[in-house]
Design a protein around this ligand. Structure first.
Ligand SMILES: *Cc1c(COP(=O)(O)O)cnc(C)c1O
Length: 234
């Protein structure tokens, strides 16, 4: 008779479970203070620059939503990881070039960075060709910073109309507030725009400010360093 031996957790799996538990506890605590349901916010683990060996322990710890900022990098690592764990949801959170729209629609379940008419047209064409309709967020350049992605605030209403006409499934708004200033006013402004446009999902908040984002209504937070440690490249 053979006795099954339970596989023990590796030290990397223990560390991933510890970091995930810590972020989840902070999310739950904040939801309680904000009188929101803990399930009202989805944690997206931002795995940009991390190799598959760094990502697998977090999957083993139960994490299922992941985000990347580059299409090519995601194509290199995610098809194999998704084959191992089919219920993973993959999110694109970085700027998207129109010539990568088809690759993005093929690989990602959710695209957070829709921000211009040419990209909307390319995504619509890819959706038609592939018969796949990812959920999309319109990214807003909430601090009006020239180096950041996202549409100008003044362009939000016409772009939403364009996206809806083109057949995109726009579910909410996404933003990355300016660095080194209090994020709360920007999160509050994004939440107001979402309300104004009848959108109920808000992708906002990163490792340094996700509790503030949850207080102000985030339904998706995008967390990298708090789950994986500091990145040595960007
Ligand atoms: C890298 C990145 C994040 C995660 O940032 P951390 O500070 O590591 O949590 C979130 N959103 C976007 C768009 C990113 O590029």
């Amino acid at each position: 008779m053979t006795i099954p031996i339970a596989r023990t957790m590796t030290s990397m799996e223990q560390e991933a479970a510890r970091l995930l538990g810590a972020v989840k506890a902070r999310m739950a605590q904040t939801a309680k203070i904000a009188d929101r349901a803990a399930e009202g916010t989805t944690l997206i683990a931002i795995s940009k620059t991390r190799v598959a060996e760094d990502i697998r322990p977090l999957i083993a710890a139960g994490q299922r939503a992941f985000g990347e900022n580059r299409v090519q990098e995601a194509q290199d690592k995610w098809p194999a990881l998704k084959a191992e764990t089919p219920d993973i949801a993959l999110h694109l959170v970085g700027q998207l070039q129109s010539n990568k729209a088809e690759d993005a629609v093929a690989l990602f379940d959710v695209i957070h960075s829709v921000d211009r008419a040419s990209l909307i047209a390319a995504l619509a064409k890819a959706q038609e060709k592939l018969g796949r309709i990812p959920s999309c967020y319109m990214q807003v350049n909430i601090g009006e910073e020239s180096q950041k992605g996202g549409c100008a605030i003044a362009d939000l209403a016409p772009l939403l109309a364009t996206a809806r006409t083109a057949g995109l499934n726009i579910v909410g708004l996404m933003a990355v507030p300016p660095d080194d200033v209090e994020a709360a006013p920007y999160f509050a402004l994004l939440a107001k725009f979402a309300r104004d446009h009848g959108l109920d999902r808000l992708s906002m908040g990163m490792s340094g400010d996700f509790e503030t984002a949850i207080m102000l209504g985030a339904t998706e937070i995008r967390v990298g360093t708090a789950l994986f440690g500091a990145r040595d490249q960007v």
